[in-house]
Every structure is written in structure tokens, then in C-alpha cells.
Design a protein around this ligand. Structure first.
Ligand code: MN
Length: 281
């Protein structure tokens, strides 16, 4: 039987929110419209030339039950955490922080002016992994392979594209790519049947399943893909680009409480209690 190329199941736009100490964000996952794409529970885009939008940063705050993955496309952010992890995240770099049982961290801009463009993704841990020991992975630009083909460049953060593995050590099979493509570019990737997959168009416009339903998706839109393990995307305009993500859903209850993501309301209350007592981290 011929395999089906995945087409678009749903298209969602982000919404403007402020978070941290007053950072202006485009919330793409974790909004009223789109609560989660299991196991991804939050995707924020920060992208501005105006320092007032980002200068306040995210002062010290806790996390439990998730991994926070920050990808800096342009600009610089400083990270420090209660386990001694830290450093400056510069253009093209990524950090993969496993909060697990608990961690305290701060994320502050390392720049006073200029263009800041990046993404924070939250990956909820499975019930059995909620209390993993915290871990911090710094993924420098030189560690992330880039696949270059005609009209296509794919930067690999996690998972493999065309046989090239990214550097992130992940708790589950996750694909995370930044693909740039022009009208001649063709992104072709096969996920597993277990994986949910979606893409966020951050620049220009692309066409999903170009030889089939050919759905055009423009900048600022997230497209959740339907059944079919083969993903084919072509560029519609010069300088188009997207984040591609795939992950296996845990299919467990997801309960969010501020910076914590657990499986029950009691576990959220316990996290706040542990934080108050100083035993979270
Ligand atoms: Mn945080």
C-alpha cells in the first residue's frame, strides 16, 4: 500500500501575551485556542526590535515536571539555575533544560537593544519521569548539523533529518528542526506512526503536501498534521522558514499550574507547597 503523505488537520494562529516580568510574546501552544499538542504544552515566540518588549526578562522562578527548550535564532539570553547550570545563549544556540523534580532558574536578555528572536518550548515529562534529576544541555551552534540541499537548509536540534542526528539527548523520540526554504526547496521527512507532528511557519509561506492537497500556510501560523508518516513541504516564497516538531504523546492527564506541569491538581498543589518550603530544588 502506498504511504499517505500527511496533510493539514488544523491551522492555529498564536496570540499576544505578556509573561515573566513583562515580556511581550506570541503564544502559539499553551493558549486558550490550543492548550497542548501532547507532549508539547507550550510554544512561545519572542521576536522584537523594541527592547521594551523583552528587557524585563524572566527573573528567578521554579519549574517541575517539564523540560524547557530555548532556541535563540537571533540575539542573546543569559541563563542561570539553582543546579549551577548557566551561560549565555547566543545566536543560533539552544538549551535543553530538564526541570524534572525541580529547579529554579532565571532567563534574562543579554542585550540592551537590537533584534531578539527566539522560541521557548515546554515538553511535559511522562508520569514516570516527573521527578527525574534536573539536567542542563547547552547545544552550541557548531554541534547542530545543518543539511543543505537545493533551496533547503535544515538545522537539526533533536532527532534526525536525512540521516543526520542532532545533538540533544532527549527522554523521548523528539524531532526538532529549523528548516529554511525558498520556492525550489523541498522538505521531506518521515516520522513514526506514534508521533504527533506539527510545524510553525516563522517566515514567508510554505505548501504542505504539495503533490496532494497542497495547503498553503503563511507566517505566524501553526499547522497540525494529520495521519500519514511522510511529511513533504515546499517553499512558496524566497526566505520562507519553519520549525518542525514531532513527539510521541504520553496520553496522560496534563494539569498546568503556572511554571509546573503535572498529572493531577494535588501534584500541582504539592509543587507550590514544596516551592514555599524551599524543598523543590
Ligand atoms: Mn523558565
Amino acid at each position: 500500500m502506498e504511504q499517505k503523505v500527511a496533510s493539514v488537520a488544523r491551522v492555529v494562529e498564536g496570540m499576544h501575551v505578556t509573561d515573566g516580568a513583562g515580556v511581550h510574546l506570541n503564544r502559539i501552544i499553551g493558549s486558550y485556542e490550543l492548550g497542548d499538542i501532547d507532549p508539547f504544552v507550550l510554544l512561545d515566540e519572542f521576536r522584537s526590535d523594541d527592547p521594551d518588549d523583552y528587557i524585563a526578562g524572566f527573573p528567578w522562578h521554579p519549574h517541575r515536571g517539564i523540560e524547557t527548550i530555548t532556541y535563540m535564532v537571533e540575539g542573546a539570553f543569559r541563563h542561570d539555575d539553582s543546579k549551577g547550570g548557566g551561560g549565555v545563549l547566543s545566536t543560533g544556540e539552544c538549551q535543553w533544560m530538564t526541570a524534572g523534580a525541580g529547579i529554579l532558574h532565571q532567563e534574562m536578555p543579554e542585550m540592551k537593544e537590537g533584534h531578539l528572536w527566539g522560541y521557548q518550548l515546554w515538553l511535559t515529562l511522562a508520569k514516570k519521569d516527573k521527578f527525574l534529576p534536573p539536567r542542563y544541555q547547552r547545544l552550541t551552534d557548531d554541534r547542530m548539523p545543518t543539511v543543505e540541499q537545493d533551496g533547503l537548509t535544515v538545522k537539526i536540534i533533536a532527532g534526525s533529518y536525512a540521516g543526520n542526528p542532532g545533538p540533544a539527548a532527549t527522554s523521548y523520540p523528539i524531532d526538532y528542526f529549523d528548516a529554511r526554504l525558498g520556492p525550489g526547496g523541498r522538505f521531506e521527512h518521515t516520522v513514526t506512526v506514534e508521533q504527533d507532528k506539527f510545524l510553525y511557519v516563522h517566515s514567508g509561506a510554505v505548501v504542505i503536501d504539495p503533490d496532494g492537497e497542497a495547503v498553503e500556510v503563511r507566517k505566524g501560523h501553526l499547522a497540525i498534521l494529520g495521519e500519514g508518516v511522510d511529511v513533504v513541504i515546499t517553499g512558496k516564497e524566497e526566505g520562507s522558514g519553519l520549525l518542525f516538531l514531532a513527539g510521541v504523546p504520553h496520553r496522560e492527564p496534563i494539569v498546568k499550574g503556572g511554571p509546573f506541569v503535572m498529572n493531577t491538581q494535588e501534584e500541582i498543589q504539592q509543587a507550590f507547597e514544596d516551592y514555599r518550603r524551599g524543598t523543590l530544588f
